[in-house]
Design a protein around this ligand. Structure first.
Ligand code: FES
Ligand code: MG
Length: 572
């Protein structure tokens, strides 16, 4: 360890340093800490409990277990709160607060005297926010996740949040099941503490954190309620202390190669579309960008090997019991960069050289018997998405991959809410639903891209329809859905030019989404386009002014890479 550590770290030097240390120590003593404890190095623990975040219910016991590991290894644990973004409780969308949480994390890690930090997150936006913050603060850091929920049961079938939530709600909307039945199911979907039980955003990001080397190997998918989850927390505390003598900063772990590995694993697990945005934001903090061409190349050469909902059959608990990330990485080995390093200082080659007791080949398939020969996500180009769009081919209906249809436009979220179930809505099953003004600037990019099937069509048995927007969708959702169209409509992207009745063509083969209107007419319409009014005051005003588009991770422009170099911690 170089220079000051523990309570002496990062002292504001107004002249009398010894007095400043004395002052800190006396205030620390008021917490009942002995002198001996105050001489030790300090491991910060960024904790994120909240009664508005069910996914973090186990936070107190995780903090206790991490602290135990830290103490046993000879350092002083100091837990501190940051904001906690519970996915379903935030208005207008948790996405708006991911960047705020990343700033909170970055600044508190940098400002407080800690030698290394354990970040505990879990729910969708929390792990990305913590990794973004850690990447910018660049203090030795290690990520721990709360872990996935275990499944609930209903009439002999297993249920997990929240792919089954959508399935049952779809049946209820179609009139197939009654209110009292949906009320019973409501209590069975989120059956334990932890994050969503399927390969949604939280699980995808937990896996990405492990592949980036930021979490301990083998910990991403341990169920939230398993004893092993606490053992992993204890080990994480010990590993944080190990970082003091073997310092490894996020900048050494989050590299072009580890980001590519993460992208590849994202394809192989058929992970959440949101993870593309989060990975771009994390990588962006280290000045690494993900090009659409490279992403498509990786997708086309990486098979889907994991058979979990929302696209397949199983749940995260099955993935864990089948060998988890370690088993998957062994199957993907020929495609991976093996010289990346994890938080323990171990290369991926070393990690994969160790034998693994392999359990269920149905859940994590061998590479010669994949679920699909190509990856789950692709980037689309075309005149509707000059800076790209995302399409989850693994969760879409294959017969709609090459589709031309008539546009039915919803100009805003309000317009959509008002008219979606209108019996007079002019819509046919072959039409293409278009939602405008739901992108990062206009609306904070909510998960509105999974437009509901209009009641009128649902009752005719229509299960899927092509949908296009500048919004996101939940990682637990499925359908033939084009998302993250960039630039967004409110920024004058061509999506703003679409009118009901226009023809649109989706071609997955050509990786394009096109508005079949001539260029001059599109340009004329865009010239007349008036963007919606944006908030000016406070954080929401800052958000609208500073937020970037999806390919840049929807991060704030002022948080992208330069900030590290200019405002690094004084000991860097
Ligand atoms: Fe927290 Fe799904 S709601 S992970
Ligand atoms: Mg989600």
């Amino acid at each position: 360890m170089s220079g000051d550590h523990g309570l002496r770290r990062g002292l504001t030097n107004y002249g009398d340093r010894d007095f400043a240390v004395y002052l800190r120590r006396s205030f620390a003593r008021s917490m009942g800490l002995s002198q001996e404890m105050l001489d030790k190095p300090i491991i910060g623990i960024a904790m994120t409990p909240s009664d508005f975040n069910n996914c973090h219910r186990t936070m107190p016991e995780l903090v206790e277990a991490v602290s135990r590991g830290v103490l046993a290894a000879g350092a002083l644990p100091r837990a501190f709160p940051t904001i906690s973004t519970g996915e379903v409780f935030l208005n207008p969308t948790s996405m708006v607060y991911r960047n705020l949480m990343s700033m909170d994390t970055e600044e508190m890690v940098r400002a407080q005297p800690m030698d290394a930090v354990v970040l505990i997150g879990g729910c969708d936006k929390t792990v990305p926010a913590q990794l973004m913050g850690a990447a910018s603060a660049d203090v030795p850091a290690i990520q721990l996740v709360t872990g996935p929920m275990s499944t609930g049961h209903y009439k002999g079938e297993r249920l997990g949040a929240c792919t089954d939530c959508r399935r049952f709600w779809g049946r209820y909307r179609a009139g197939e099941i009654a209110r009292d039945e949906i009320d019973v199911v409501e209590g069975r979907l989120a059956a334990t503490a932890g994050t969503c039980a399927v390969m949604g955003t939280a699980s995808t990001m937990a896996i990405i954190a492990e592949v980036l080397g930021m979490s301990l190997p083998g910990t991403a998918a341990i169920p939230a309620v398993a004893a092993d989850r606490l053992v992993a927390a204890e080990a994480t505390g010990r590993a944080a202390v190990h970082l003091l003598t073997h310092p490894r900063r996020p900048s050494e772990l989050i590299t072009e190669k580890s980001v590519e590995n993460a992208l590849r694993v994202l394809m192989a697990v058929s992970g959440s579309t949101n993870a593309i945005v989060h990975l771009a934001a994390i990588a962006g903090r280290r000045n690494i960008s993900i090009s659409p061409e490279r992403m498509n190349q990786i997708s086309d050469e990486t098979p889907v090997l994991v058979d979990l909902k929302p696209v397949g059959k199983g749940y995260l608990e099955d993935f864990h019991h089948a060998g988890g990330v370690g088993a998957l990485l062994r199957e993907l080995k020929p495609l991976l960069h093996l010289d990346t390093v994890d938080v323990l200082g171990q290369t991926l080659a070393d990690r994969l050289a160790e034998p693994l007791d392999w359990v269920n080949r149905d859940v994590i398939r061998p590479s010669d018997d994949p679920v699909s020969p190509v990856g789950g996500l692709i980037s689309l180009g075309g005149n509707l998405a000059p800076q790209g769009a995302i399409f989850k081919r693994a969760a879409a209906t294959e017969s709609m991959f090459e589709h031309e249809g008539r546009a039915v436009v919803f100009e805003s979220l309000e317009h959509l809410a008002r008219s979606i179930d209108d019996p007079d809505l002019d819509i046919e099953p072959d039409d293409i639903m278009v939602l405008q003004n739901a992108g990062p600037v206009a609306a904070g990019m909510p998960e509105a891209g999974y437009l509901p099937i209009p009641k009128k069509l649902a009752r005719q048995g229509v299960k899927d329809i092509v949908r296009i927007s500048d919004a996101r969708m939940s990682g637990t959702a499925f359908g033939t859905i084009v998302l993250h169209v960039a630039p967004e409509a409110a920024r004058g992207g061509p999506l703003a030019a679409v009118r009901s009745g226009d023809r649109i063509r989706l071609s997955v083969k050509d990786k394009r989404i096109d508005l079949l209107v001539d260029d001059a007419e599109i340009a004329r319409r865009l010239e007349q386009h008036t963007p919606p009014p944006l908030p000016e005051r406070g954080y929401r005003g800052l958000y609208a002014r500073a937020v970037t588009q999806a390919p840049e991770g929807v991060d704030f422009n002022f948080l992208q890479h330069e900030s590290t170099a200019r405002f690094g911690r004084e000991d860097q």
